[in-house]
Write a protein that binds this ligand. Structure first.
Ligand code: HEM
Ligand SMILES: *[C@@H]1O[C@H](CO)[C@@H](O)[C@H](O)[C@H]1NC(C)=O
Ligand SMILES: *[C@@H]1O[C@H](CO)[C@@H](O)[C@H](O)[C@H]1NC(C)=O
Ligand SMILES: *[C@@H]1O[C@H](CO)[C@@H](O)[C@H](O)[C@H]1NC(C)=O
Length: 521
């Protein structure tokens, strides 16, 4: 015990100061716990960030967040200063155009290039709004950008890859990891539209720049570090993150992609930073609306990551359900075959359905909505900061400065909104009809469902800018794959391997693809 004896020579005043510091720390700890102690949550989580941090290392946030709000109600305390909420009205209120809430420091970790903000990580409201203004037109595809053409080209390359390498016939089975090929598809699209330098992963059937492999290693780390922004800020100050990001020789992975993106962006500017060529693509549109060279570089990196795994997840989850539900498959195929027979959609080997034609197929639209609902692609904390005056949320007073995050799967599986069977994949719920076939009878209820389903893209001033791009992809991909091919799961006991780190990482979705026989009629 001698080791704990305080040397008698130490002046008493030092001891008193030490004691005082310990007491002061204890009190501030207690007060920080008490601030939100009236809000339900798992025992002990209000005392320290550690349980919340540990939950983020488990790579199944999709279920974890859902289980928390299912167990404790629509508002749950998950950390000393962090709440998550599953009430759709509250989530809309946070992000409404004139809401006094702003992004919390959770978003700090969304900087893909240490030390530099992008539109998704910036917490400066004025800057965020200005960036959105400059980028909105390009994303909407309204400025005769080549968006639809670029997506069609990539889709034809996906089809070509399947026909070249993965068409099974009879007993000759050539299994294909559909999760991987879809990732090639979405990252080819995003690299093309984000910085006009297509990866050509589909053409080579390969993660050519090591980008996907790096994302898979990086995302789990981004997820847990987002819960401890103080640590990240500290590392950035010391320059450690910048060093980490620069490891490797730059020939593969994130640093390679960064240099590709930067090079492509700099081609649009001449040596004194003036706009050089006037390409009518998305990047060109951003720049014409005043995005500077430095801004364009950061944003091109972000878009790539924001737009590839998200759309890929929605495609995989929807296809998985179509493949494994005979009723859904038959109904959708009947609609597609009928539209082809009536010439409402084209059917040549290199034809691709237009977005306008896809919108005329009600069951397809229902499948798209149901896929987005059943498996929301972004499920992280995405917390916003309560304004200084505080707010009343789900009946509880929440003091200013609290981080209020979302539990998005709980919104989309909410049994009030999506009764009677929120857990099942059932496109019929999205079709208005008085027939007793599980269709929705009330127009009002359907409107309410649509409004809430839209929350998969966030809302208001923070809503996903890539929504039109994502919807255009979804409108095309199912029809064009299913009218050409039949997909079987290779092993019905193991449909896919999926992890959720805020966005989903999926692999080993092994399928057997055969050419589809022509429709009987
Ligand atoms: C199904 C596919 C997608 C889903 C579910 C989705 C969902 C989301 C969500 C939930 C947010 C954040 C909202 C918030 O912070 O509160 C977001 C932001 C964003 N998304 Fe998407 N996204 C998808 C596809 C895409 C695509 C394809 C692109 C690019 C073409 C894209 C670009 C962006 C950008 C730039 C932001 C940041 C917007 C801002 O900070 O103001 N997303 N997305
Ligand atoms: C389900 O939605 C309703 C209606 O918007 C909402 O009042 C309720 O809190 C939600 N339930 C949960 C568990 O979040
Ligand atoms: C993402 O936004 C940035 C803005 O420059 C832009 O540079 C990039 O092209 C965009 N990418 C995508 C996908 O849109
Ligand atoms: C992420 O963390 C794992 C360990 O959990 C580590 O092996 C890996 O290198 C990290 N990835 C990156 C890109 O930092």
């Amino acid at each position: 015990m001698a080791a704990f004896d305080i040397p008698a020579t130490k002046p008493a005043i030092v001891n008193a100061v030490l004691l005082l510091l310990v007491v002061a720390y204890g009190i501030s700890w207690f007060r920080s716990w008490r601030r939100l102690s009236h809000i339900p949550g798992p025992r002990g989580w209000g005392w320290s960030i550690i349980p919340w941090l540990r939950l983020h290392t488990r790579a199944d946030l999709f279920d974890q967040f859902y289980d928390l709000t299912s167990a404790y109600g629509p508002l749950v305390r998950v950390g000393p200063n962090t709440l998550i909420c599953s009430d759709p009205d509250v989530l809309r209120r946070l992000s409404a155009p004139r809401s006094p809430y702003k992004r919390s420091d959770w978003y700090f970790a969304m900087r893909l290039n240490p030390g530099h903000d992008n539109i998704f990580s910036t917490r400066d409201e004025t800057r965020h709004e200005a960036l959105r203004r400059k980028m909105a037109a390009g994303y909407s595809g309204k400025e005769n950008v080549s968006l639809e053409h670029d997506i069609n080209t990539c889709l034809l390359e996906l089809i070509d890859l399947i026909e070249r390498k993965y068409l099974s016939t009879g007993g000759n089975i050539l299994p294909m990891d559909l999760a991987r090929k879809i990732q090639f598809f979405t990252s080819d699209i995003m690299s093309q539209i984000a910085f006009d330098y297509k990866f050509h992963d589909l053409e080579h059937d390969l993660d050519r720049w090591g980008y996907l492999a790096e994302i898979e290693a990086l995302f789990p780390n981004i997820t847990w570090t987002a819960t401890v922004p103080g640590f990240l800020k500290f590392m950035t100050k010391l320059g450690l993150l910048q060093k980490l990001a620069a490891v490797g020789d730059g020939s593969m992975g994130m640093s390679k992609v960064k240099s590709l993106a930067f090079e492509q962006v700099s081609k649009r500017f001449d040596s004194d930073g003036k706009l050089k060529d006037e390409k009518r693509d998305m990047l060109g549109s951003f720049i014409r609306h005043g995005l500077t060279q430095a801004e364009a570089q950061q944003e091109s990196l972000l878009n790539l990551t924001a737009g590839s795994d998200t759309s890929a997840t929605s495609m995989r989850a929807t296809l998985l359900n179509i493949m494994t539900n005979p009723r859904v498959y038959r109904t959708l195929m009947a609609e597609i075959d009928d539209a082809i027979a009536n010439g409402r959609i084209p059917s040549g080997p290199t034809d691709i359905i237009t977005e306008a034609q896809a919108k005329e197929l009600p069951y397809l639209q229902a499948c798209i909505k149901e896929g987005l609902r059943w498996y929301p692609a972004v499920t992280g904390e995405l917390s916003k900061e309560v304004p200084p005056q505080g707010d009343t949320i789900c009946g509880y007073f929440v003091p200013g400065g609290t981080k209020l995050g979302s539990s998005i799967k709980a919104v989309h599986r909410n049994s009030t909104l999506f009764s009677p069977d929120p857990e099942s994949f059932r496109p019929e719920r999205w079709i208005l009809s008085s027939q007793p076939n599980g269709h929705e009878k009330s127009e009002e209820k359907l409107k309410e469902m649509e409004r809430n389903n839209d929350l998969v893209f966030g809302y208001g001033k923070y809503q996903c800018l890539g929504k039109p791009v994502a919807l255009m992809e979804l409108n095309k991909v199912f029809v064009e794959l299913l009218r050409r091919f039949e997909f079987e799961t290779k092993n019905p006991l193991k449909l896919w391997h999926t992890q959720c780190c805020g966005t989903h990482l999926q692999k080993d979705m092994w399928v057997v693809v055969r050419r589809k026989k022509a429709a009987a009629n």
